[in-house]
Design a protein. Structure first.
Length: 551
């Protein structure tokens, strides 16, 4: 596999023959976000593009602000290929920053708001960020103080820009987007064309297994993902999406920051998830679909059921990013009968490998599989030999397609993640049936090896989620003196419920789960550790068990 260097200085995979095939098929249309934004301004300039609390901005307003911000960044000396980072909640300013990056040819690097000094310092240093947009404070976090601690070790960082701040002594975002754009001023030079093969997005993985890896996407890979979603989910300008997932995560980024410009739809942002408020926003703005991890779906269903609400506009709820037990999807079908609810599968590196089910598909498939493979060539291989396995047999999922990342910032990670045929090794385990539906059974590193036998935690978790007392469950390995490892269940209980080990064991016995899969330890906890996107931080739970085993 050959790595090339783009204008940003990153080493990326760009096989000329594969790229030519993607262009010829139309999967890479050569469009940038700025191109899509200009089309929407020409088509429907006054349509609301984003709802952010009381603020509503049209496509023409967003584009004008993006143009002004791009001009301001260029005036500060920023060159195409350089990195701008932001660590913002789900605020409309994030859409403007992302659009400005596309207009100016800059690389956009969203950073999850809950990250602190260790993660932020690592990301800013490794990305060589030139401009960093932050709130002065948000909730209990003082971002300005954090940056002050980090800045001495960040020689590349030129400007720190405060968003929604009234401190006139600091560099502020608002004057930058209020000033006339240079390209709108008589006699100034326009922005040069941006190559759709240039790196557009630098997004660091959640770091659940170690230091974050910088994932590199181009305009073409992002557009290929968005186009597949539009076709499969039949998304159009008549739709509106509710986005509670952070726009700094691949889910929120794609469906709140990119999709509105590509499809002409409205994004309704939530900077803090609260199920009742989410349901009210769906009703108020005629939201037609939402994308969120398991906790969001569970809590939305509970509040709709408790308040006997009707949400007739909601036609799709897409759940992924963390295991989604079948019982949760089945319950959603009962509570939201007009809404197609289903599981999907993807990652930061390979977004939306599967896109769920379509009208006419048996609803059961949305609960029991992770959906139909779309826009990807997927192989299931033996994790040890690397050889393909028969249909229906579990193995490691490897994939190749027009929306797969161009690589990591560290070329060594890129070489490790891709094989000679250009297939990305996801590290996930699963199987594909004869109809092309994929089912995820776990991650290689999540496997519990009990006396030489591999046990997938997901199978146990799916059964635990059927227990009426359990709100959320995660199963990890715990050390065992004779078997090496055995399962340990961490569970969060529903309010007013109780559970002990014997009751859990009896429930799993009644489900006819193999005895060796029944956890030998139960931990009742008030909450599980999550990433901002809803993934359970299993490495934290595994570390707890490893430490307890040494005690």
């Amino acid at each position: 596999m050959t790595l090339q260097t783009d204008i940003s200085g990153w080493s990326i995979r760009l096989d000329s023959a594969v790229a030519a095939r993607y262009r010829a098929s139309g999967a890479w249309r050569g469009m940038t976000l700025a191109d899509c934004a200009r089309e929407q301004v020409a088509r429907a300039p006054n349509k609301v593009a984003v709802v952010d609390g009381a603020a509503q901005l049209s496509f023409s307003q967003l584009y004008a602000q993006g143009l002004r911000l791009a001009a301001a960044l260029r005036a500060r000396g920023l060159a195409p290929g350089e990195v701008i980072s932001f660590q913002l909640p789900n605020w409309h300013e994030a859409l403007v920053i992302n659009l400005a990056a596309s207009i100016g040819g800059f690389v956009c690097n969203p950073i999850i708001p809950i990250y602190r000094d260790a993660e932020v310092g690592f990301i800013l240093a490794r990305s060589r960020t030139r401009v960093f947009f932050i709130p002065e404070r948000f909730r209990s976090m003082d971002y300005l103080a954090m940056v002050a601690r980090l800045r001495p070790a960040l020689p590349h960082l030129k400007d720190v820009v405060l968003v929604r701040s009234t401190d006139d002594s600091a560099m502020r975002y608002e004057p930058w987007v209020a000033e006339p754009a240079a390209s709108e001023t008589h006699g100034s030079a326009p922005f040069p064309p941006v190559s759709p093969d240039a790196v557009k997005l630098l997004l660091y993985t959640s770091g659940t297994t170690g230091d974050p890896k910088g994932v590199l996407h181009t305009h073409n890979t992002l557009c290929a993902e968005i186009d597949a979603v539009r076709r499969f989910w039949r998304v159009s300008s008549d739709d509106a999406v509710l986005m509670p997932s952070p726009v700094t995560h691949i889910t929120g980024y794609l469906y709140a920051m990119e999709l509105p410009f590509a499809a002409g739809l409205t994004a309704v942002l939530m900077d803090r998830w609260e199920a009742e408020q989410g349901a009210l926003l769906i009703a108020r703005h005629g939201v037609t679909f939402s994308v969120g991890a398991t906790p969001f779906l569970v809590e939305l269903v509970e509040v709709v059921e408790r308040r006997a609400m009707h949400l007739p506009s909601l036609r799709l709820y897409v759940s992924g990013g963390a295991p989604v037990p079948p019982e949760i999807v089945k319950r959603a079908h009962l509570v939201l009968p007009n809404c197609q609810t289903f599981r999907v599968y993807g990652s930061t590196e390979a977004p939306s490998i599967s896109l769920g089910v379509q009208a006419g598909d048996p609803p059961e498939l949305g609960a029991t599989t992770d959906g139909r493979i779309v826009n990807h060539e997927v192989r299931i291989i033996d994790p040890v030999s690397g050889e393909p396995v028969p249909i229906g047999t579990e193995g490691e999922i490897v994939t190749r397609g027009p929306e797969v990342m161009l690589g990591y910032t560290d070329p060594a990670y890129t070489q490790e993640a891709f094989d000679e045929d250009g297939f990305f090794h996801t590290g996930d385990l699963g199987f594909v049936d004869a109809r092309g539906y994929i089912t995820i059974s776990g991650r290689k590193k999540d496997l519990i090896i009990r006396g030489g036998e591999n046990i997938s935690p997901k199978e146990i978790e799916d059964v635990l989620h059927r227990h009426p007392a359990i709100l959320e469950a995660a199963v990890v390995a715990t050390p065992h003196p004779r078997m090496g490892e055995t399962p340990c269940a961490y569970v969060v209980l529903r309010p007013g419920h109780t559970l002990d080990f014997d009751a859990m064991k009896a429930f799993l016995d009644s489900a006819r789960l193999a005895r060796q899969k029944i956890p030998e330890k139960l931990m009742i906890v008030p909450e599980l550790p999550h990433t901002a996107s809803g993934k359970i931080l299993k490495h934290v739970l595994r570390a707890n068990e490893a430490q307890a085993g040494r005690a």
